[in-house]
Design a protein around this ligand. Structure first.
Ligand SMILES: [Fe+2]
Ligand SMILES: [Fe+2]
Length: 274
């Protein structure tokens, strides 16, 4: 895609994924994989909505808006489309559309422009947190996947998410140069978003997968906690804690000796929390 002097390229497309070679036998019986992938496909496809909100928030910054509209947004939606196709390849009976419609209705109120900010620089720092989370998550799936096509797909998505992190970080630096915030202020934003990440959207996505797939009347926070506890066992084994902590701290621009001190402490803390 060419916009003005900029060219936005995708690294891969759905045609690069060997869906016809998926080894269903090694994954189809695993309910946790089904839930995780179906829920992820919902969240990723809805990026469409976030991309528009972010575009509104950065109105007037044409370069950022073009990157959001032609690079970031379409890549996130492609993640959702690719995961959806994988899910329907392995679990063809799942009524994906009905689950997604439920998720969209539940989650749309959380995606308002008013919830972004409080400033353009800090929103970019917060987006770096989100992309740290997604790139680490798909990094974990790449290593945890029992099925080779899924491992390759998760690897493509992880690489895109790292690219998104870099894109948001670059824009963060530009805004931070123009309207600097103290390290403390940035740290507070990062902390808040890190605590929020993975909560509401993940809960609502898993809930809607469950309501459709198991024809349940309800899916409680207790059910979600039980699911999350099972995923934590994978995290302990496969989550890239070290790189995640480094990515999280980068916007703080800590002096090197302090960074060397903090990283192992935080990695240890994160492992214990998990
Ligand atoms: Fe994504
Ligand atoms: Fe992303």
């Amino acid at each position: 895609m060419e916009v003005g002097s900029k060219v936005f390229r995708r690294r891969w497309s759905l045609d690069d994924i060997a869906y016809d070679k998926v080894d269903r036998a090694v994954i189809a019986d695993n309910r946790d994989w089904f839930y995780l992938l179906a829920a992820s496909s919902f969240v990723e496809i809805l990026s469409d909505l976030y991309a528009r909100n972010l575009g509104d928030y950065y109105a007037g910054d044409d370069e950022t808006c073009a990157w959001l509209a032609y690079k970031w947004g379409p890549e996130e939606v492609q993640h959702g489309e690719a995961l959806k196709r994988y899910v329907l390849t392995v679990w063809p009976d799942f009524d994906w559309q009905r689950g997604f419609d439920g998720f969209r209705a539940d989650y749309a109120p959380y995606c308002e422009t008013a919830l972004l900010g409080p400033t353009r620089a800090l929103e970019m720092a917060a987006r770096c947190v989100v992309e740290t989370g997604t790139s680490s998550f798909y990094g974990m799936l790449t290593h945890a996947s029992p099925e080779p096509v899924l491992a390759a797909l998760a690897g493509h998505i992880r690489d895109d998410e790292v690219g998104h992190y870099k894109g948001f970080y670059r824009i963060y630096r530009e805004y931070q140069g123009r309207e600097p915030h103290s390290r403390w202020h940035v740290a507070r934003t990062i902390w808040r978003r890190a605590v929020e990440v993975d909560q509401e959207d993940a809960y609502l996505a898993v809930k809607n997968v469950s309501l459709v797939h198991e024809a349940r009347a309800d899916f409680t926070r207790h059910d979600f906690r039980a699911f999350r506890n099972r995923i934590r066992a994978w995290m302990r084994q496969y989550y890239p804690f070290q790189s995640a902590v480094k990515m999280l701290l980068t916007p703080l621009d800590l002096p090197a000796p302090l960074q060397r001190l903090v990283v192992p402490l935080m990695v240890g803390g994160a492992r214990r929390i998990v």
